[in-house]
Structures are given as C-alpha cells and as structure tokens.
Design a protein around this ligand. Structure first.
Ligand code: ADP
Ligand code: MG
Length: 467
C-alpha cells in the first residue's frame, strides 16, 4: 500500500477507535504532508494538537498506521494551516491555539493578579474570538430522523432556531455512536450562521483547559472565554463526574450564561440521575431543563444513513450491500461509519465489483482481532532483543540492562497480550502485582517523554508481531 492510501485508511480507522471528541479535537483536518525514509510527516491544525499527538496519542496512531501500512514507520507532526477560501476575512483559528496566543500575549504584558475562581460573574465583554470549528458534515440536513431520535432532533432544532423559547438547558443522552455529537454540532452551525458565538467543548477539554488556566493563573481569561458564549455546547459531560473543581467551575459558567439568557446544551452517555459522581447542584441544574435520549435508528433508517454517506462519497453501492451492513450494525452508527469508510477505501483500490458477498469478506477481515500473542512470545522476543536469557528476564538479577529489559517485557505483556497483573506476576517469578504495576507505569511514563525508549519498545513490539 502506498503511504497516502495507508494514511487514509489509518485515519478512518482512528476515527472509529478514538472517542469522537478526541478525534474531532486532535485529528480532524490532519493531512499527510509527505513520506520519507520510514517517516510520515503529518500536518495538524495547531500546536496544541501537535503536542497532544506527540505525547499522548502517539502510540495508538503509530500502531494503527503500521498495521495498515504493513511495515514499521514513525510519525512527525507539524502545524499546518490550510488556506480556507470561504473564510479569508476572519482569522479562523481553533479555540485552543487562540487561547494559547492570548496567553502568550498576556504573559508578555502584565503578570495577572490571582483572582479566586467564581469571583467574576459579570458578563465579560465579547472578546474578539472566532467561533470554534464544527464538523461541516454534522448538520441537520445530514441527520436522518428516526423513531429513536425524533425527540432529540426536534428539541435540538428548537434550540437552534428559537433559543429564546426553547428549554434551557437541553440535555441529550444515549450510547456511543448514536448521533449526539452530530446534533450538538448541527445546533452550532445554525447559531453560528446567525452570527452567534458558539463554544463547543468536550468536558475533558474543558477540564484540561481549566487545569492549564489555574496553573498559569489565567482563570479570568478562561472564564471570559466560556462566559462570552451565546451558546455553550458541552459534549461528553460524563467525564467531569467526580472532578470537583471542574464541576464547580462549570456550575458557575452555567449559571452565568443562564443569567444572561444564553443557551446551554449538554450531551452525556446517560441520564443525569445516573451520573453517579455528579454533584447534586449540577444534577439539579441539568434536570431543570429538557432531557431527551437518542437510540439506534431502525433498519430502514440505517439504510438511509448509509445511502447518504454513499452519496457524499460518490460511491455506487448496491442495495443488498446496504442491507447487509445495516443488519450487522446492531448497536452503533460510528462503527457502521468506520466499516463503510473501510469498504470505500478497499473498493477504491480494487477493480472488483462491489457485491454483498465480497463486502462481507472485507468487513470480516476488518473486524478480525489481531493474531493471538502469548506471554511466552513476549518473553522470548524481548530476551532476544536485549541479548539476554529468558531466565534472566524472569529471574531476580538486578543489573541495569536486565532490569530494564524486564520492565519492557512486563510492559509489553500487559499492552500486547492484555495479561492481568497477577498473571504477569506469576510468569515473572512470583512478583507481586504492585511490583508489576510499578514496572509497567515506569515504562509507560518513559515512552511519553523519551524518544529513544519509545523507538526501542516499538522495535520489540514489531518483532513480536512478526512471525
Ligand atoms: P455520538 O456522539 O452519539 O457518540 P456521533 O454524533 O459521533 O455519535 O455519530 C456517529 C456517526 O454517526 C457520525 O458520523 C454521525 O454523523 C452519524 N450519525 C449518527 N446519527 C445519525 C443520523 N440520525 N443521521 C445521520 N448520521 C448519523
Ligand atoms: Mg460524541
């Protein structure tokens, strides 16, 4: 497979593997800039995404890419700003890079005094910020209305078209891949086109943003950013459950916006009353508005969704393939979309006519788990790589070289085989599960910061996968 095809296929797989908010925030818009000597140069939207991809998501991205590419490779991320023709008048920077810019500017000017959290409740002046990026495909026009989502759709439309008279907040909940983020972005598009300031954020990104703001003493700026929204769209709120200061901050943001007659829409994976560690004040706020759920659309609607995707991609797909795929998708549309992308990528590369039979074969191959790797294989390959004996690896010798190799083997036993801590402990000479966890964590942390260690471990991992 050539590097461009490998990147396209890996990109569509990552879209399924990562949760939607992470994908949208860090990877959406990433493009292959070039391939040289085993390195994929990938352009991403901003510095924040680059650093996130290099440090936190590197392994998942690399693993997926190497799997498709069929050979080892590394990645280099670069900030790359595509020129957007339709939007040359306004500076269309993503929220995060803008925040980073502002922080830089503030750092250069005054050292802000520390203002305690929640103090500033007055509505901030509308700062000169552009609106956030929304997925252009997630519109109301592209949303297929079915029994399972019609109330959520109607409520979302009401917020989008007549916010003053709609329920506030609107809380949409449901399982993974059922169109919640899609509806949230659809509301965003309509409000944005009316000239309103839309802030879309996942609760995880909100948390990180708050942590950064506190660390850098920029809480005033943080508050200004969220409280100057006309519409705040908070995705995957379940991730703030249990995080006290984030909940506290969100509670105040929420109240401030409501006091100014602004709209808040929240998405979660379950009903607020089932979000166990959500604080009561926030729960009762959520419950004071309208709560709607989304479920899996029926078979005919799933076929209609597939037909829409095929039209978008100008694919000619026989009806029997739609039905076969829609029948297989019994829980989740995100998975269905991933399968459809995979099918497009594969049929694009082949000259064979697409039929239900060969489509099923492609999808089966796609779904098949990786070949089973045993603990024995991890020990054998790691020992070979470090040029030591398997007995040394599982023994008690404390020489640095052996100790390091042992920690790597422990790490890979967990990562590649998925073995439990007691299982690994037993293989490594009856070590306790906390000793195993300590070794695992040590390597996991080293990988994030140490390029050499990372490539070393990737080399062992590749050797394990080779037969
Ligand atoms: P969630 O946020 O609930 O996990 P998403 O909104 O990310 O799910 O939806 C997963 C995929 O399925 C997206 O590509 C979305 O566009 C698509 N999708 C979900 N529901 C519908 C629908 N009713 N009509 C068209 N596409 C849909
Ligand atoms: Mg989502």
């Amino acid at each position: 497979m050539n590097p461009q095809d490998a990147w396209n296929a890996a990109f569509s797989q990552l879209e399924i593997q990562l949760d939607r908010a992470s994908f949208e925030t860090w990877l959406r818009g990433a493009v292959l800039l070039g391939y040289e000597d085993g390195f994929f140069r990938v352009g991403v939207r901003n510095d924040y995404a680059r650093s996130m991809l290099e440090h936190r998501l590197y392994r998942s991205v690399r693993r997926t890419l190497c799997d498709v590419f069929g050979q080892p490779a590394e990645l280099r991320f670069e900030v790359h700003t595509p020129i957007r023709v339709e939007d040359t008048a306004s500076v269309d920077l993503p929220l995060f890079s803008l925040l980073a810019q502002q922080q830089q500017q503030q750092e250069q000017t005054v050292d802000q005094p520390r203002i305690p959290l929640h103090e500033q409740i007055a509505r901030p002046q509308r700062p000169n910020l552009p609106d956030c990026e929304l997925n252009p495909r997630f519109t109301f026009e592209n949303f297929v209305v079915a029994n399972s989502n019609q109330f959520a759709y109607a409520a979302a439309q009401a917020v989008a078209t007549d916010p003053a008279n709609a329920y506030n907040p609107l809380f949409i909940y449901g399982g993974v891949g059922l169109g919640k983020t899609h509806l949230l972005h659809a509301i965003g598009h309509v409000c944005h086109s009316r000239g309103q300031r839309v802030v879309y954020i996942s609760s995880e990104a909100f948390t990180n943003d708050l942590i950064d703001a506190i660390r850098q003493r920029e809480t005033a700026l943080f508050r200004e950013k969220y409280r100057s929204a006309d519409v705040l769209l908070m995705d995957d709120v379940q991730f703030i459950a249990g995080k006290e200061s984030t909940q506290e901050e969100f509670f105040h943001t929420f109240n401030a916006l409501r006091n100014f007659g602004k709209h808040v829409v929240i998405v979660g994976d379950r009903h607020p009353r089932e979000l166990d560690t959500l604080n009561d004040r926030l729960r009762s706020r959520f419950e004071s508005g309208l709560i709607v759920d989304v479920g899996l659309p029926d078979l005919e609607s799933r076929v209609a969704i597939l037909q829409m995707w095929a039209r978008e991609r100008k694919m000619d797909v026989p009806r029997s393939v739609y039905i076969m795929m829609a029948e297989r998708a019994s829980t989740n549309l995100r998975e269905l979309e991933g399968q459809f992308n995979q099918l497009c990528a594969r049929t694009h590369l082949s000259t064979q006519r697409l039929t239900a039979e060969n489509a099923e074969i492609i999808l089966d191959n796609f779904a098949r788990p990786r070949e089973h790797v045993t603990l024995g294989r991890v020990l054998e390959v790691t020992a070979q790589h470090y040029n030591i004996d398997v007995m040394d690896l599982t023994g008690t010798g404390r020489a640095t070289r052996i100790n390091n190799a042992r920690q790597v083997a422990i790490y890979l036993a967990r990562e590649v085989v998925g073995a439990s801590l007691p299982q690994i402990g037993e293989v490594f000479g009856g070590r306790s599960h906390s000793t195993i966890l300590h070794s695992y964590n040590k390597i996991a942390a080293a990988i994030e910061v140490d390029d050499n260690q990372r490539s070393e471990i990737n080399a062992v991992r590749d050797a394990i996968a080779r037969r």
